[in-house]
Design a protein around this ligand. Structure first.
Ligand SMILES: [Fe+2]
Length: 383
């Protein structure tokens, strides 16, 4: 038996933030980063709260460290809010999730409503039961996985993403495509996750370039914001795969943004998972057929499964070029020597990563090393 449920109520469309006026609590705790306060964006969240008492905790930094979670927990326990709002990208939402989880467990607090308001279109964190907390001293990232991390409400207001710079749109948008494609070919995929992953992937293929190249294109920005959430719903249940397993380890060793690392790897991981060596249709893997199905729906079909996969890979590379993204880790500014020195550790780390459990094709350390070699140079050969 399988189960599919969505705990989080998703509010989206025009003036979605006005739903914050419906909060029952008298006291609201807001978790965000300093930029949201300096830019005045936090006002878009505080205004609908009207005369409710609120406190803004604006110390969130990228890759929130353990100490910041402890600080947030202490403040929540002291303030005793009836609702917590996370406003920001993946880091602010992850910080709030961890704070909520621990504050609920140790604080003897009344019921707290948890509302996530994403300001980037990438992580899907507003609808997932994952959060990542970092131990900066040990250089270790701790993934938290708990149904208790799921927000009660996710508010998708595209006003909050209209001023995102093109480079962030590119990185986070390719992260969405990676979430969608990995969930789609995951060994834990089902009909419901497929529907969400398929729609998210097609939306990215149609709207990401527009969103990247024209900040005024509100339709494209809105579509990408919804696609990010849909991909989050898909991978929360179907999980991810090899692409994220490697990207997590690249991110731990080098300063490459998460979405950019995923984008560099994606063409090579799709080729690896599809495993389209032969021309005999009977030899096509389930993953190859699914990639080709996406290509077909996006108008990139080449008539055969093999051509569908090739066209999807070419499209991903074309999108990277159009958005001026690096084609390989070399272009990300990593020296060949440094990359080679870390390659074995990255491959071993990827094999141990939880995401590997649902990858459609088993991979050996040697397989991952081959992918890393190709991804370093950027694989001009297949362009
Ligand atoms: Fe991701």
């Amino acid at each position: 038996m399988e189960e599919f449920n969505i705990k989080t109520s998703v509010r989206f469309g025009k003036d979605a933030l006005s739903c914050l006026g419906e909060i029952h609590a008298d006291k609201v705790f807001i978790v965000t980063d300093p930029y949201m306060v300096e830019s005045g964006m936090v006002n878009q969240v505080t205004e609908p709260l009207q005369d409710r008492k609120y406190k803004v905790f604006s110390k969130v930094v990228p890759d929130p460290p353990l100490e910041l979670v402890v600080e947030g927990v202490k403040e929540v326990i002291a303030f005793r809010p009836g609702a917590v709002i996370a406003l920001g990208g993946g880091s602010a939402i992850d910080e709030a999730k961890a704070v909520m989880l621990f504050a609920r467990q140790i604080g003897n607090l009344p019921e707290m409503e948890f509302i996530a308001v994403p300001t980037t279109s990438g992580t899907g964190s507003e609808v997932t039961s994952f959060a990542v907390i970092t131990d900066k001293e040990k250089g270790v990232k701790y993934p938290l996985i708990d149904k208790g991390l799921l927000p009660d409400v996710a508010v998708l207001d595209s006003n909050l993403v209209k001023s995102l710079p093109p480079a962030i749109v590119a990185d986070t948008g390719m992260d969405v495509l990676t979430h969608a494609l990995e969930a789609y070919v995951s060994t834990s995929a089902n009909a419901f996750t497929d529907a969400l992953a398929e729609k998210a992937a097609l939306t990215v293929l149609k709207y990401l370039i527009r969103s990247n190249q024209n900040m005024e294109d509100s339709e494209a920005r809105e579509q990408m914001h919804v696609a990010s959430c849909m991909a989050g719903l898909a991978f929360d249940r179907a999980s991810l795969g090899l692409n994220h397993a490697i990207a997590h380890n690249i991110g731990g060793k080098f300063k490459v943004p998460h979405g950019r690392a995923n984008a560099v790897l994606l063409p090579f991981v799709v080729e690896f998972n599809a495993d389209i060596q032969g021309y005999n249709p009977k030899e096509y893997t389930k993953a190859a057929k699914k990639y080709a199905a996406i290509a077909g729906l996006a108008g990139l079909s080449g008539g055969t499964v093999r051509m569908g996969v090739k066209n999807l890979v070419r499209e991903i590379q074309k999108m990277q070029e159009m958005m001026h993204m690096p084609a390989g880790f070399k272009e990300c500014g990593i020296s060949q020597e440094e990359f080679r020195m870390q390659s074995d550790a990255i491959a071993r780390g990827a094999l141990a990563d939880n995401c590997m459990k649902t990858n459609p094709r088993p991979a050996s350390e040697q397989d991952i090393s081959e992918i890393l070699k190709k991804a370093y140079n950027g694989g001009q050969a297949s362009r």
